[in-house]
Design a binder for this molecule. Structure first.
Ligand SMILES: Nc1nc2c(c(=O)[nH]1)N[C@H]1C(S)=C(S)[C@@H](COP(=O)(O)O)O[C@H]1N2
Ligand SMILES: [Mo]
Length: 360
């Protein structure tokens, strides 16, 4: 049984978004670091065309001195490369009922990339953070309309989060300059936080003496039940495990067909709230669970490998599930509570598999 019924077919509006923003094919969970073209993509507006020669990053607001940096200035600064798992806050949205209408992700809005850039903190310190600073605002070059307001995509971070060592201003991915769709020439990368935090096509950093009241912080990316709720801000990624679906897919339905096996089920698990402590797998839709073996991760901020030996007892229909638990004490739910925008739905992945008679 799949949970998406025909009556829940996506709308033309969702289809327009889905054809621009692609997910990571689940078989790409096999890679420690996702090949760049297989990393998921989420672009609210249009991809801006940025001229690298004339582009500058400005650092201003509540600072002692304003800075202006070219791409060469940024490349000349100390450089750090780190593998980071990034997941869209809307991942899982299309599995909620009623489905919030936006980019209709099932479970595939995730990827791990080797990002290269320069740490943010020393740059803010050079600018001199003013007395009374509370947040840092990051503004992208892309423009669009959301909530009836024309705006540039911009998001703020609490000052103490912006000052964390692992926060980078990134100009390369997989050892190559950022491609246009991933934010050329510069993007923010905040390991552990959901995707929207990682502002692409970055052109301005503004130190603020009060919380940012703009659309992407004050209205969007909040966990609310009704439009009248203030709602808690969405921040760090909740625990999630995903598996590479075993066997082969049926083209039209993506349902799986596999032989009697045995099959080594492999996947990845991550959490922005802490480390992954445990992954469990079920072959009966979550009625009973088995402990997976945890493997390595490419960095503290990258997903962790796991595996489990599956020996189906007999031919028939199975529903494989996996769930992760993190060091914050959170385990993925079988069903996540609904919220207005469909954020942070980390309910367990379900993979229906028909096991056939013959063994390979
Ligand atoms: N300037 C800008 N930054 C942005 C976005 C955007 O639309 N504009 N989308 C955000 C969202 S919602 C996500 S999930 C990530 C996606 O990053 P990726 O496309 O490189 O995977 O970028 C974030 N940064
Ligand atoms: Mo996102």
């Amino acid at each position: 049984m799949t949970r998406l019924e025909a009556s829940e077919s996506i709308t033309p509006q969702e289809l327009r978004l889905a054809t621009r923003n692609h997910g990571m094919p689940l078989e790409a969970l096999a890679y420690d670091v996702t090949p760049v073209g297989l990393h998921y993509l989420l672009i609210h507006y249009d991809i801006p065309l940025v001229d690298a020669e004339s582009w500058r990053l400005s650092v201003g607001g509540l600072v002692e001195r304003q800075l202006e940096l070219s791409l060469d200035d940024l490349r000349a600064r100390p450089s750090v490369s780190q593998a980071v798992t990034m997941e869209c806050a809307g991942n899982g949205r299309a599995r909620l009922a009623p489905r919030p209408v936006s980019q209709p992700w099932l479970v595939e809005a995730v990827g791990t990339a080797e990002w290269t850039g320069t740490p943010l903190r020393p740059l803010l310190e050079e600018a001199g953070i003013g007395e009374g600073a509370v947040e840092v605002l990051f503004t992208g070059a892309d423009r669009g309309v959301e909530g009836g307001q024309e705006q540039q995509f911009e998001r703020s971070l609490p000052l103490e989060e912006a000052l964390r060592d692992e926060v980078l201003l990134v100009y390369a991915v997989g050892g190559e300059p950022l491609p246009p769709q991933h934010g050329f020439p510069l993007r923010l990368v905040v390991p552990g936080w959901y995707g929207m935090t990682n502002v692409k096509w970055l052109e301005r950093i503004t130190v603020l003496d009060r919380p940012f009241g703009g659309y992407q912080n004050a209205w969007s990316y909040r966990m609310r039940q009704t439009p009248d709720d203030v709602g808690d801000p969405v921040s760090r990624m909740k625990p999630r495990a995903l598996m590479v679906p075993p066997g082969v897919p049926v083209f039209a339905t993506r349902e799986r067909q596999a032989d009697l096996g045995p099959h080594t089920i492999t996947g990845r698990a991550w959490s922005g709230q802490g480390t992954i402590e445990r992954v469990e797998v079920s072959e009966d839709g979550g009625a009973s669970w088995h402990e997976a073996v945890l493997g390595p991760q490419a960095s503290r901020w990258a997903w962790r490998a796991w595996s489990w030996e599956w020996r189906p007892a007999a031919p028939g229909d199975y529903e494989l599930c996996c769930r992760a638990s993190d060091s914050a004490g959170e385990t993925q739910p079988l069903e996540a509570p609904w919220n207005l925008h469909g954020f942070a739905n980390n309910e367990v992945q379900r993979v229906p598999v028909t096991v056939t008679q013959e063994s390979a």
